[in-house]
Design a protein around this ligand. Structure first.
Ligand code: GLV
Ligand code: GLV
Length: 327
């Protein structure tokens, strides 16, 4: 009998088709994971889960007695209760590395879009309101030769620094839990304490994972420390900032603008004030969503799933201690 696998939200079609040959797969999307009867029934039997952003909580795990592996199609794993998974000897995997350059491209797109007001001006052209040569009220600010502050100099942070340093001649300052000598050497990145970084950056770029330590790390006080001309970029998770404080800071002119790929609630409510703000450039959490990278992520997630279900060590495990316990 084929093993039962629960697929959730996003697994690219060619990969899903292949998995369906190997396993008994059921795909779920846009359902209430606390109530959907079919989902709950399948969860009760599944040995593997593969997908995007399923909240794997203690309560969910209580309903999944046969589960051996949860394979995230994402690098972030704030949706997983890792200690609970580890406690139950369930393998957790993610898809690091293959999305690094793609996410860095997205972040750079947000930097340039916000600085040069591209979505707002695109809208001006398309709506037929470009009726005369534009003046200062439509000018943007330069990106090149400015100071970029990176919070979280992990792999993605480094890929952003590379673009900034060598493509745009920017000065890089950074803050991370640990000093990153390699980034200091390769990009002339200079370490700053948190408050100093906020005060000196023309662009503040947040790219740290969401953890209990980073939740809400940027709020009223932090926006207040930024330059009035600063542009804030969030490529991490919505909950690493206090979104209502960001909205206040934009309204009061404490910062000049922002570029956001992530939000407190996704999809956001239609009364979210960000929807009406020209100086907020938004994308719907598509940091890694290119054809190439989504396929590669699904593929890696499938490799992780297969290995976990075959009793082999998955290529990119989050909770390696589960494996060590088994071995
Ligand atoms: C996307 O946000 C990811 O974590 O891969
Ligand atoms: C990496 O992002 C770190 O905070 O060390």
């Amino acid at each position: 009998m084929k093993k039962k696998v629960l697929a959730y939200n996003r697994v690219e079609k060619p990969v899903l088709d292949q998995l369906e040959k190997e396993f008994d797969v059921r795909f779920f999307k846009n359902i209430d994971v606390d109530k959907d009867p079919e989902f709950l029934e399948w969860l009760g039997e599944a040995e593997g889960i593969i997908g995007l952003a399923l909240p794997v909580t203690k309560q969910l795990l209580d309903r999944a007695p046969n589960l051996k592996i949860v394979s995230n199609v994402s690098v972030g794993y704030d949706n997983l209760d890792i200690s609970e998974l580890t406690e139950r000897n369930i393998i957790a995997t993610n898809t690091p590395d293959i999305l690094t350059d793609t996410v860095a491209d997205t972040v750079f797109g947000l930097i340039i879009s916000a600085a040069r007001r591209i979505p707002e001006l695109d809208n001006k052209v398309k709506s037929g309101n470009w009726t005369e040569p534009l003046g200062p009220e439509h000018y943007g600010i330069d990106v090149h030769h400015k100071t970029l502050g990176i919070i979280g100099m992990g792999k993605i942070g480094a890929a952003i620094a590379q673009r900034a340093r060598f493509g745009f001649d920017m000065d890089i300052i950074y803050h991370s839990r640990r000093r990153k000598p390699e980034a200091e050497e390769r990009f002339d990145a200079v370490y700053r304490d948190f408050d100093q970084l906020l005060g000196e950056s023309d662009f503040v770029c947040l790219i740290t994972p969401l953890t209990p330590e980073t939740e809400g790390m940027i709020g009223k006080r932090e926006f207040g420390l930024m330059k009035n001309t600063a542009i804030f970029i969030n490529g991490s998770r919505g909950k690493t900032i206090i979104e209502s404080d960001l909205i206040e800071a934009l309204k009061k002119g404490e910062i000049a603008g922002c570029g956001l790929d992530v939000f407190e609630k996704e999809p956001m409510d239609l009364d979210n004030p960000l929807l009406g703000m020209k100086n907020a450039v938004t994308t719907p959490h598509i940091g890694s969503s290119t054809w190439e990278t989504e396929l590669a992520m699904s593929d890696l997630a499938a490799k992780n799933l297969r290995a976990g279900l075959a009793g082999e060590k998955p290529p990119t495990m989050i909770n390696a201690e589960v494996w060590e316990d088994k071995g």
